[in-house]
Design a protein around this ligand. Structure first.
Ligand code: GLP
Length: 270
């Protein structure tokens, strides 16, 4: 695992967006780049950078197909808090992606289990995800894989914890009762199948979870700790998020990144 620490959120977001843009721009031209995407406040800085790079003519999404991580059950696509709406509003409406290459789980599906199965098949049908970008919940969850989720899980229906509903209440007039209680989400196993995983983490509210994920053992109570088993995982974070890490951990990861820059390595130490 690489842990890339930047002074603040803007710098972390710019680095992450630049890294993904390089991966897309240098990808083979004879097949699409399959990109997994999250919602939430964490990726907003990256999406702003993507839009800027696209407007500046430095990044095209014509050869990119996307799969989003999750969607609330019971919200229509045009509901302002649905993840469909979020993605159109914050990214897809501002870039040159072909609409038919956007995949987001349908939270209004009458057959949600079938919807989840078809989603897994669609990912496999595209040859798997090349890079899955994600955020992390304050309880260490990835997508909506709440504490206790199987680390082998696939796309399915999940019930949200009270902690997640409280955290996401800020988008629902501050009322946790207005946050849908269930969602469709890719599984931990779905994320782990991606050839590369990048997680953006910022702020003190995530510090306790980041410590568990980076310094403690692999544990289904902090589902993002699965990254310790991934051959190509990067966590990009700001300094606030490292507040609970040991000084030695921070120093170690900063040191190896300095070495990675020196040897012009893109993959770094894992
Ligand atoms: C939700 C999403 C996750 C996201 C998390 C953190 O639970 N399902 O994908 O990572 O929120 O959100 P934020 O980035 O707003 O802190």
């Amino acid at each position: 695992m690489r842990l890339i620490i930047h002074r603040d959120y803007e710098k972390a977001s710019a680095w992450a967006a630049g890294y993904i843009a390089d991966r897309i721009n240098s990808y083979r031209k004879d097949s699409p780049f399959i990109l997994g995407l999250p919602t939430g406040s964490s990726p907003l800085g990256i999406y702003r950078e993507f839009v800027k790079m696209h407007k500046d003519g430095k990044l095209s999404f014509k050869n990119v197909h996307t799969f989003n991580m999750d969607e609330y059950i019971g919200l229509t696509e045009d509901h302002p808090q649905s993840y469909h709406y979020f993605m159109m509003d914050n990214l897809f409406n501002h870039i040159d992606i072909d609409r038919k290459h956007i995949h987001i789980l349908d939270g209004m599906s009458k057959e949600p289990e079938k919807e989840c199965k078809l989603y897994e098949e669609a990912i496999a049908g595209e040859g798997g995800i090349e890079l899955f970008l994600g955020g992390m919940g304050s309880d260490g969850h990835i997508a909506f894989n709440e504490p206790g989720s199987s680390l082998n899980s696939r796309t399915r229906i999940k019930t949200l914890t009270e902690e997640t509903k409280s955290a996401n209440a800020r988008f629902f007039e501050g009322d946790p009762l207005k946050v849908p209680g269930t969602a469709l989400t890719v599984g931990v196993g779905t994320v782990m199948d991606a050839r590369e995983v990048m997680i953006i983490v910022n702020g003190r509210a995530k510090a306790r979870a980041l410590k568990a994920v980076v310094e403690e053992g692999i544990n289904h109570m902090w589902t993002l700790s699965c990254l310790q088993m991934h051959p190509k995982a990067i966590i990009v974070c700001d300094e606030d998020a490292t507040e609970e890490l040991k000084a030695g951990t921070v120093r170690y990861f900063k040191d190896i990144e300095k070495e990675a820059i020196k040897i012009h390595s893109c993959s770094g130490n894992q």
